[in-house]
Design a protein around this ligand. Sequence first.
Ligand SMILES: NC(=O)c1ccc[n+]([C@@H]2O[C@H](COP(=O)([O-])OP(=O)(O)OC[C@H]3O[C@@H](n4cnc5c(N)ncnc54)[C@H](OP(=O)(O)O)[C@@H]3O)[C@@H](O)[C@H]2O)c1
Length: 281
Amino acid sequence: MTTSVLITGASSGIGRATVLRLTVHPEFTVYATARNPEALAGLAQTGARPLALDVTDEKSMEAAVAAVEEETGSVGALVNNAGYGEYGTIEEADLDRVRRQFETNVFGLARMVQLVLPAMRKAAQGRVINVSSLGGRLVFPAGGYYHASKYAVEAMTDALRFEVAPFGIKVSLVEPGLIRTGFRGTAKAALDRAADPSGPYAALNAVADKQMAEAYRSKWLAAPPEAVAKVIEEAATAPKPRSRYVVTPAAKFLVHTRRLLGGDAFDAALRMQYKGTNWGG
Ligand SMILES: NC(=O)c1ccc[n+]([C@@H]2O[C@H](COP(=O)([O-])OP(=O)(O)OC[C@H]3O[C@@H](n4cnc5c(N)ncnc54)[C@H](OP(=O)(O)O)[C@@H]3O)[C@@H](O)[C@H]2O)c1
């Protein structure tokens, strides 16, 4: 039986790698979506069907879901992947930009779920795979608004999984650690925009940026997007998919450490990274 898979944010990074991974399965009809469908030209040889989809645009979301349902009855699996990080300290980040990030990471994801569910319930089957983050399990300074968006995704997904289980719909969270994609560049650009180099958080922003740069360069800490695509494939194909998949050994270690340390000891560990600044304790 053929199942349709709709992937948001397929123009690059994890979304693109997931298209490449899932199109290998003959049982999947993969709908690769992007704000600008021209960005999907490189995926033509995979057999994926390109669709325009901006998760901040109601009409665009309705049209994309309708197109898939017209061809296949219902969306077999929705991979909510589109997202980015509006970095900056809580005081300095521009709240209009933060609202836009929530429109994409949280409300876009929620609306896509709302749009696919009626046909999934009717079909008595379907999967929702929400791409959250290690950042939905713990928080780093200068990333508070990004983390908040992923904590929201975690909460909504936990509720959803329970709510739709009786309808035969399976729901999973995929929680990547650091992945080498366009994400870091977007996050850095946001941090650079928000950070006032002569402001009160200059030293904190500088350390946060340096650490992110080093972490994304590290072979142990950061992985390629294919590592996440493999896990999304597992969530899409396993007879009993897990509720959560933490991706990368480093992310597993950090989630475990955060749980063991609790809030205060985790803050103390963070302060060690900020030695020599006001935040170093
Ligand atoms: N990379 C990491 O370290 C990391 C870690 C944990 C979680 N994640 C999560 O993984 C997901 C994918 O990110 P990535 O790492 O693959 O980064 P990426 O290469 O920057 O890809 C982000 C994708 O989201 C799309 N997007 C942004 N706004 C959109 C909108 N309004 N409508 C539709 N698509 C939109 C982008 O499309 P355009 O090309 O049109 O901008 C792009 O395809 C995100 O949810 C991110 O939070 C990433």
